[in-house]
Design a protein around this ligand. Structure first.
Ligand SMILES: Cc1ncc(COP(=O)(O)O)c(C=O)c1O
Length: 417
């Protein structure tokens, strides 16, 4: 009998590709997921029917604008933004974040403070370090406890001062997988009038985002991590976007979101992003359980609940399997009752084995995995793994199977034997 997972996998043409008869195991998802047919269809349709620049008095240009508006409206629902004009689309999370550091310059006076963390991807660290260098600001580092893989919130109380103007915080780590209590951090920073900039790149593929409930000021994610094309997405509060002045051309409009979007937008990728959100809706409508639908404010979120249940089970099975291998250390939450507090990104080291050699040996078996620091430079340094090649990272998502998890654990057992 056909199972929901079969229908899910059938929605992703690339999952059926084989190489010399060998299936592919995509565990490289934290670096970018595969795309469903809805995304491919949106690209085909855009290039066939609607391809134009915006602002023209003809059908293709109007369709381009309408598609971009439809995408922003659905993205607004995806993060529960109050207003689609608060959604800016750009090249990547990194490009958007550098852009915002330019836009926010007027917020700071020399000696003001920015909090960055030891857990973040460099995309949410270096842009703020560079800003601090330019404006003579103080950087304050929020540590995390390697034993628990969680931010040290008592340290946060010491770090936050009346001069804290902004905190750049990770929603879920791309190494440990920890889902952080962003709401609690936002409240502490807000209490002194600071702004919060949340990196949700790793959280967005796995969890439901509600920017209004979090109370944050900016939140960034990347569509290519949640089954869409290579674009970054920035949500920000309207009054803040209006208050600050991004670098822009004289000819580009002052209105939102154009004011924050440099040059011509990647319209085909924006249409493709709409396809990714339509996939979530399809999942919510046809695969999610009635309970998941009843518990969700929209069908996209019902789809996410279904994904979460799959991913928690896959992460648990993967962690349990890995823990049986000799010399394995998992850098992240491992408890059976902690699966809801982490995403399914699992990073590990195996005593006496170089992570890159392991990833290469897996690659030889058509199992796709990343190794190294995965751009979480400070985190890998904080764990003391910078000199030993970082970690091996396995990132199952909802379209992966129990059989793939078991085959990967078996392959690793064979490789280290
Ligand atoms: C947690 C996190 N933040 C930021 C980024 C950077 O995103 P982008 O490639 O869109 O710049 C990544 C990419 O892997 C990431 O995992």
């Amino acid at each position: 009998m056909s199972q929901p997972i079969d229908a899910v996998r059938a929605a992703f043409p690339s999952l059926a590709i084989t190489d010399g008869g060998r299936p592919r195991v995509y565990f490289d998802n934290p670096a970018g997921t595969q795309v469903p047919q809805q995304v491919i269809d949106r690209y085909t349709s855009y290039f066939t029917r609607s391809n134009a620049n915006s602002g023209g008095a003809f059908v293709t240009s109007r369709e381009t604008v309408a598609l971009a508006e439809a995408t922003r409206a659905k993205l607004a629902a995806f993060v529960n933004a109050a207003d689609p004009d608060e959604i800016v689309i750009g090249q990547s999370m990194t490009a958007l974040t550098f852009h915002m550091t330019r836009a926010l310059e007027k917020l700071f006076r020399p000696g003001d403070e920015i909090i960055v963390t030891r857990m973040d991807h460099d995309g949410n660290v270096t842009p703020w370090l560079k800003l601090a260098e330019r404006l003579n600001l103080e950087i304050r580092w929020l540590p995390f406890d390697p034993a628990t893989s969680r931010y040290d919130l008592t340290a946060l109380d010491r770090l936050v001062t009346p001069r804290t103007k902004l905190a750049a915080i990770n929603y879920a780590s791309n190494i440990t997988g920890t889902i952080n209590d962003v709401g609690a951090i936002v409240r502490r920073v807000k209490a002194v009038g600071g702004l919060t900039y949340i990196d949700a790149v790793q959280f967005a593929p796995h969890g439901i985002i509600d920017v209004q409930a979090l109370g944050c000021d900016f939140l960034v994610c990347s569509a290519y991590k949640f089954y869409g094309p290579h674009v970054g997405i920035l949500w920000g509060r309207r009054e803040l976007f209006e208050r600050f002045t991004p670098p822009k051309l004289r000819v580009s409009p002052e209105t939102l979101p154009s004011r924050y979007m440099l040059g011509t937008a990647p319209y085909e990728a924006i249409a493709g992003t709409l396809g990714a959100l339509e996939y979530y809706e399809w999942l919510g409508e046809t695969i999610a359980t009635p309970d998941q639908r009843a518990a969700s404010s929209n069908t996209m979120n019902a789809g996410k609940l279904w994904m979460q249940a799959q991913e928690e089970a896959l992460a648990k099975r993967l962690i349990d399997g890995l823990q049986k291998l000799k010399g394995v250390k998992i850098h992240g939450l491992t408890g059976a009752n902690e699966m809801a507090e982490r995403v399914s990104t699992v990073s590990l080291t195996i005593e006496g084995h170089d992570p890159e050699v392991l990833a290469t040996a897996l690659g030889d078996r058509n199992i796709f995995a990343w190794s190294g620091n995965n751009y979480a430079l400070d985190l890998i340094g904080w764990l003391g793994l910078a000199e030993s090649g970082g970690v091996l990272r396995l990132g199952p998502v909802h379209y992966n199977t129990v059989a793939e998890v078991d085959a990967t654990v078996a392959a690793l057992a064979e490789i280290i034997a």
